[in-house]
Design a protein around this ligand. Structure first.
Ligand code: FMN
Length: 245
């Protein structure tokens, strides 16, 4: 194993005698990045408005596959709302800065902000958005053409991203996890991301929406395009979605 990886595993091992900020009774960071004052926020339809589908679980896990080609049909806003709820929906806010959501997270820290690159969603102009999980709403942050120009070159699977109806990008707020776990937060963030994306695969599958996970991207330009500093806030994982052909 390379020295760098050995060092990472050692640095992020559970150790005694290194109290975390939470153990030192320091206040936790907020459970969501703030919204600029006066910003226009779009409320999403209730996720329950989309009729639930009865699925055979075994069939679903056997049939699940990464889908890289999508139909030209747009997603509906209800479908997007359902996918956002299934991946990051907040069921309860806790007093210690945590939240209970539709996916598991180490210490219920839920340190992700979900960014969306929207191409084809009914009633939503193409562009870059941030999901506001606490209020189940969207914050518009960039116009379609500009967002595409900045984001598409960052992906190895650029064509797939370009043809998707939408792309989900899960970006870490490192401090939200590190407050509780110290250096071990670095491991938990990447584990958390897997749960989120798996829920997306399964939720989408029930509505004939295809998903493909995306881990191959150029960190620096992607973080810059999303307005993230690449240190405390950085892109961890993504996924494209679109109606199955
Ligand atoms: C962590 C991770 C990163 C991935 N990154 C990409 C990617 O950047 N581009 C892509 O086309 N597929 C990506 N995939 C999808 C895998 O290639 C796919 O899951 C794998 O080939 C198995 O196929 P299946 O999902 O259909 O079972 C990624 C999957 C995972 C779990």
């Amino acid at each position: 194993m390379e020295e760098e990886i050995k060092k990472f595993l050692q640095a992020t091992g559970i150790k005694e005698g290194h109290p975390t900020e939470a153990e030192r009774q320091l206040p936790p960071p907020p459970p969501e990045r703030s919204v600029p004052e006066g910003a226009r926020v779009l409320r999403l339809p209730e996720p329950g408005l989309l009729p639930d589908k009865e699925v055979n679980f075994l069939e679903m896990v056997e049939m699940r596959a990464s889908i890289r080609e999508y139909s030209d049909k747009p997603l509906t806003l209800q479908e997007l709302s359902f996918l956002l709820w299934s991946t990051q929906g907040v069921k309860m806010a806790l007093e210690n800065g945590g939240t209970m959501r539709t996916v598991p997270s180490a210490g219920a820290r839920h340190a992700f902000e979900t960014y969306l690159l929207i191409h084809r969603v009914e009633g939503l102009p193409p562009g870059l958005y941030r999901f506001l999980a606490l209020g189940h709403a969207l914050l518009p942050i960039g116009q379609g053409d500009e967002a595409d120009a900045a984001l598409l070159p960052c992906f190895k699977s650029r064509n797939m991203v370009e043809r998707s109806a939408a792309m989900f990008l899960w970006c870490a707020d490192y401090q939200r996890m590190a407050h509780r776990f110290g250096l071990r937060a670095a491991r938990y963030l990447f584990l958390d991301a897997g749960h989120v994306c798996q829920n997306l695969y399964l939720a989408a599958f029930t509505h004939q929406i295809g998903v493909c996970a995306v881990g191959a991207f150029d960190d620096e330009p992607l973080n810059a395009a999303l307005g993230l500093d690449g240190e405390n806030d950085f892109a961890v994982y993504g996924a494209t979605v679109g109606k199955m052909k």
